[in-house]
Design a protein. Structure first.
Length: 585
């Protein structure tokens, strides 16, 4: 527990070094990892709009405004603000999708950006049109209000023409549901035009429903008798220019999201599937100035295709040929699982920040808190027992030393101390209590028999009486020690119970949500392990305390056994009890 608290304070200490804006109370480090262990990006990408996917597994959503108006992104130098666009933000559900304009994404490296939040006075600072560079002609997130045609997220405002399309949950946020009767119409215009032999990029996430038979069209654009089609032929992606079609490859997986991209440059058109080159068509584009469609084709009968049915998400159109490295990064970073972005701990500007321990505590479930509460009560009880038992054995040991010193001073008159009125100061000594019992037995037999000798049978009876007292003294020494054995053996098992239940709940929640991202799993597992840590926190001190007290108790017991033997032996040796008149003298 102490180690976790120390770890919780580490990020806060780092946070004191620099802070972009003092009005923002919190920040989070986000690492863009293009090494082999992360996104494995071998070629520099340059400027790229990256998706920051926030959820309860990587962000606490504490201290941030409900609309995300106080969210800001800053470059690694902790000075340069970055443009960003919020696609959706809901602290209640614990979900946020933000597009951040990264000026340079280097290859095989780790670079860091900062997300600041926690400023109640802050107003929204989104620069929607600036997130996507000027060569993006249209970008559709499908986060529009019901009944509204898809909105273009770029500065060009190339909103879809015509009726709205229904939306459902998609691979990123919302996705367009295309049922074969309605499709998106993209406007023409200067920003959407393509010169003859010019460059062009189209990309989208698609999820056919069900896997289509025959040729279905995802994107279509006609210019007179010229046509450009992108679609699926019995599940096999294809790109077609006029009558030329790309070579067939492996079909896409049924019922799964697939990233589809087409890049035209000069005399070649490249088709990408999930960020990897799929097929090449040796042809150059004609001049295109007309409208385009997504999910349908106005000349479907002549083109020999049927409308696409299923889901479409994050549709993008560029008027340049995007590099293969960018296509690969888009496919990787926008999917449900991505190693490209790693989220650090939430940091607080002053005092102890959230740190790693804060993330763990906030993820602990109710059942784990119950187990941890029981363990903390056991820990407190074991500490009280250890303190009481240690105090008792220390007091007895000191009193025994005092008694032995006083007893040795009596010489051969072993009963003299029993009639000494000052001996009451030795009442805490277990040896003195044994001595009093033995001496009382001797005096009682002298008074009853009326002579000074004690029979050998009486000596054995005196030993038995002292042994009985010794047993009761041992019981006093061992009092409540059973609580320590319960803490030692039961603490780890209770902690393990809390961990197992916590892990079960975590995996059940993941199964229900359908999110297998490691960032969603790790906090729940770490929180579940906190119960095991609490169990060890109970058992380890109790184990040390128990062993220490056990040795001390054994020493006291050994001293009592030696004293009983010494007392009885010296009594048998003398065979005469000192008369009270002799003691008084």
């Amino acid at each position: 527990m102490t180690c976790l608290l120390i770890l919780g304070g580490i990020p806060a200490a780092h946070a004191e070094g620099s802070w972009w804006n003092q009005d923002f109370a919190f920040r989070k480090a986000i690492t863009l990892d293009t090494t082999a262990k992360g996104g494995n990006v071998a070629t520099a990408v340059g400027r790229v709009p990256l998706l920051v996917r926030l959820h309860s597994g990587n962000f606490t959503f504490d201290g941030v405004s409900e609309s995300g108006a106080d969210v800001r992104f800053v470059a690694a130098d902790d000075k340069t603000p970055l443009n960003y666009q919020i696609e959706s933000f809901d602290p209640v559900l614990g979900v946020g999708l933000v597009w951040v304009d990264v000026p340079q994404l280097a290859a095989d490296s780790q670079q860091q950006i900062w997300m600041y939040y926690g400023n109640p006075k802050a107003q929204g600072a989104e620069k929607t049109g600036a997130v996507f560079d000027a060569d993006y002609a249209a970008v559709y997130h499908f986060e529009d209000a019901a009944g509204t045609p898809p909105h273009d997220a770029t500065a060009y405002g190339n909103n879809a023409i015509g009726n709205a399309v229904p939306t459902v949950d998609g691979v990123i946020g919302k996705a367009a549901r295309l049922d074969g009767t309605t499709f998106m119409t993209l406007p023409g215009g200067v920003s959407m035009n393509v010169a003859e032999g010019g460059s062009f990029t189209f990309s989208a996430w698609i999820k056919p429903d069900p896997m289509p038979a025959g040729r279905t069209v995802v994107y279509a654009r006609h210019q007179g008798d010229r046509k450009l089609l992108v679609g699926l032929d019995n599940g096999v992606p294809f790109v077609q220019l006029d009558d030329a079609t790309s070579a067939a490859g492996e079909p896409i997986k049924a019922g799964a999201w697939t990233h589809l991209a087409v890049v035209a440059s000069g005399a070649a058109i490249q088709l990408y599937v999930d960020g990897r080159p799929y097929a090449t068509l040796d042809a150059k584009l004609p001049a295109l100035t007309s409208e385009a469609t997504v999910g349908g084709d106005g000349n479907a009968q002549a083109d020999g295709v049927v409308p696409f049915t299923g889901l479409v998400d994050e549709v993008r159109v560029s008027r340049v040929a995007r590099p293969a490295a960018l296509i690969a990064v888009d496919a990787q970073s926008q999917g449900a699982e991505s190693k490209l972005l790693a989220y650090g701990a939430d940091e607080k500007q002053a005092g102890i920040g959230f740190g790693y321990f804060g993330i763990i505590v906030k993820s602990v479930t109710v059942d784990a808190w119950v187990v941890i509460g029981i363990l903390l009560a056991m820990a407190a009880l074991s500490w009280v027992v250890m303190w009481q038992r240690a105090s008792y054995v220390n007091r007895v040991s000191r009193a025994n030393d005092d008694f032995l010193e006083a007893f040795r001073q009596q010489g051969r008159n072993i009963l003299a101390l029993s009639r000494d009125p000052t001996a009451s100061r030795l009442s805490d000594s277990s040896l003195y209590r044994l001595y009093k019992v033995g001496a009382a037995e001797v005096w009682s037999r002298r008074d009853e028999d009326g002579h000074d000798h004690i029979a050998s049978e009486s000596i054995e009876a005196i030993r038995a009486t002292m042994d009985a007292t010794l047993v009761r003294e041992n019981q006093s020494l061992a009092k409540s020690m059973v609580m320590l054995t319960i803490a030692i053996s039961g603490g780890p098992f209770l902690g393990l119970l809390g961990t197992v239940v916590g892990v079960m709940i975590t995996f059940a929640a993941i199964a229900a949500a359908g999110d297998v991202n490691v960032n969603a799993i790790a906090p729940g597992i770490a929180a579940a392990l906190l119960a095991t840590v609490a169990g060890l926190f109970v058992a380890i001190p109790a184990l040390f305390g128990y062993n220490y007290l056990l040795i001390r108790n054994k020493n006291v017991t050994a001293n009592m056994q030696v004293f009983v033997d010494e007392f009885v032996t010296r009594l048998a040796e003398q065979q005469r009890v000192v008369h009270p008149s002799a003691v008084a003298a």
